[in-house]
Design a protein around this ligand. Structure first.
Ligand SMILES: C[S@@+](CC[C@H](N)C(=O)[O-])C[C@H]1O[C@@H](n2cnc3c(N)ncnc32)[C@H](O)[C@@H]1O
Length: 299
């Protein structure tokens, strides 16, 4: 089987669940099933539900995980929606946020700089795509997307060039336009493409919703692991875990605690985010920006 995606932080992720109890493991971003396969092998006492909004990825993972028989079920939906339907005892949850190498490398999916389409949808049933963001967003909205998600200070110049060159119908054309204002190499282009992708797939809201739904379904000792690839995403996870770990939820200005100090939802398992080793980065450059954080709920 030719596997189109290499899971990041594989050992570290599997180890995070070392104390997992019997029950269901929910892989919110099944992708090509790399993490799920390793989890199923290492923890024979758990069953797994694999979620992916990308039908192609899900079909691949179904074949890969067929050897585990009825220990595995699949859901083809957005994770935040699928989590609402979970009514089994959950002992572990993983979200490896972002796009897979298959999606990134497959030119027809419209993620690559030289693709002949402008698309970037993880879910092909969604109608809203990069074409809408690039061609129909007004100046202010597009500036906000580029500024917030790429953190490139030249956002005004970038948006100006895009608007002047509309209509834009391919990533290739978008890359040429960006090159004409000096953004020539991959390092400069990547954050701009990433910003548009985050907007198309509503990635930050989706992450917040996954965290919220995970909290709702978690039981005592449920372990949650989140892998992110962008500082904005990591900040969301870090802050949410801190909020959950807080005993006292009184406002900062309160002189004395009035909430009872008994509000802790669990413990943070990773004081600092786990990142890829030099060896992994060398072997899989996409792991460079990956950060894994873990939390254990206590009820
Ligand atoms: C980085 S890959 C996951 C790779 C996977 N861990 C593996 O080992 O093969 C991310 C996958 O999650 C999916 N995905 C991302 N965000 C999602 C979401 N909010 N809901 C459902 N699927 C999502 C993407 O379609 C993609 O296939």
């Amino acid at each position: 089987m030719n596997i189109p995606h290499k899971p990041v932080l594989l050992k570290e992720t599997v180890d995070l669940f070392k104390d997992i109890e019997e029950g269901y493991f929910i892989d919110c971003t099944l992708g090509f099933g790399g993490h799920s396969e390793a989890i199923l092998k290492r923890y024979p006492h758990i069953k797994l539900i694999g979620i992916d909004q990308d039908k192609e990825a899900l079909e691949f993972a179904k074949k890969r995980l067929a050897k585990f028989g009825n220990r595995v079920e699949f859901i083809n939906k957005r994770a935040s929606e699928a989590l609402k339907e979970i009514n089994v005892p959950v002992s572990g949850i993983l979200a490896d946020i972002g796009v897979s190498s298959y999606q990134l490398d497959n030119k027809e999916r419209g993620f690559t700089f030289d693709s002949d389409v402008l698309d970037m949808r993880m879910n092909k049933n969604q109608t809203f795509s990069a074409k809408d963001v690039v061609n129909f967003y007004d100046r202010n909205s597009l500036e906000e997307v580029i500024k917030k998600y790429s953190e490139d200070r030249r956002y005004k110049k970038i948006v100006d060039a895009i608007i002047k060159n509309r209509p834009i119908d391919s990533n290739r054309k978008l890359s040429e336009i960006l090159a004409s204002i000096g953004l020539k190499d991959k390092k400069q282009l990547a954050p701009i493409f990433q910003a548009i992708r985050i907007e198309v797939n509503n990635e930050l809201n989706e992450l917040e919703n996954i965290l919220e739904e995970s909290e709702k379904i978690a039981r005592d000792k449920t372990i949650l692991g989140i892998i992110t690839f962008h500082s904005l995403e990591d900040r969301i996870v870090k802050n949410k875990f801190k909020e959950w770990a807080r005993k006292c939820i009184c406002p900062e200005e309160a002189i004395k605690c009035e909430c009872g100090g008994n509000n802790q939802k669990g413990i943070i398992l990773t004081k600092k985010p786990i990142t890829a080793s030099k060896e992994e980065i060398k072997e899989n450059p996409r792991s460079r920006s990956a950060k894994l954080r873990g939390f254990m709920f206590r009820r």
